[in-house]
Design a protein around this ligand. Sequence first.
Ligand code: IPD
Ligand code: CA
Ligand code: CA
Length: 302
Amino acid sequence: MRRTASGDRNRTSFYPKGCDQRDTGCPQTVSVTLPDPAALLDLATDLARRGGALALRMREGVETLATKSSPTDVVTAADQAVEALLTEGIRAARPEDGLLGEEGADDAGTSGLRWVVDPIDGTVNYLYGIPQWAVSIGVEDADGTVVGVVFDPAKAELWQAVRGQGSTLNGRRLACSSVTSLGQALVATGFGYDERRRAAQARLLPTLLPQVRDIRRLGAGALDLCAVAAGRVDAYYEQGLSPWDLSAGRLIATEAGARVEGLCGKPASKDLVVAAGPGVFEALHDMLVTGDAERDPLATSS
Ligand code: IPD
Ligand code: CA
Ligand code: CA
């Protein structure tokens, strides 16, 4: 089977207001053998459920084990235990696949597939007992995410997607919001752990807030993308997300009809993720261009 290796299937060639026109060139083609996505989905689902159950059991008496990029970027024993459960399960079932996990798993593999896992997305919510955190598992090939599973054990919500086959919440097919006016849009966002990034993210809010219905900061990027998929919010944007925040939720949202991109036709990445129903994507996109939302405060201040 021949597939393009041009990156995310949701990439578009439009250049909205404020963007430079550029030639991205012709996509290369590569030959790959795709595994059965249903088998990948079953494995990812089983691991997400088991990881979520373990995290729930470890919630009682939870405390910070260490900090990472900043004093507020915490890791708990559950983050590490769930990542160990996931990586052991993946290595046992699919030893040739690559692995990338927030708590340290990093293995290139040889199969052309890579599992990208966030053992607990929303760790600060987990620490405080706020029921808005999840296990996130994406399985990626050269074209992006093939299978995505996000399991929210506190609400018993299982979000699943297979590329080209739609996305579901507890088995029910998802469709993103059909809102067409940014002024009617409920927009989720998130803030990074670095204080310079937070200051830049805060500076964007006075531009955005008067022009949308309202803003939500729910505290788990993977679940924010799932919320876009379900129309629980109309849009979401954030700078600074890591691959494990994005891998599964991006597919769940796009398979529900949302656009998940960066600015000016670029793919969603650490630079910026913009996820929205098609009716408000471009208006939000243009506002984020105007607000210079992609400028990296960590790069410019060093
Ligand atoms: C964080 C959450 C948060 C987002 C941060 C992420 P973590 O992940 O998704 O909502 O704003 O950018 O780092 O640390 O809880 O896994
Ligand atoms: Ca995360
Ligand atoms: Ca995490």
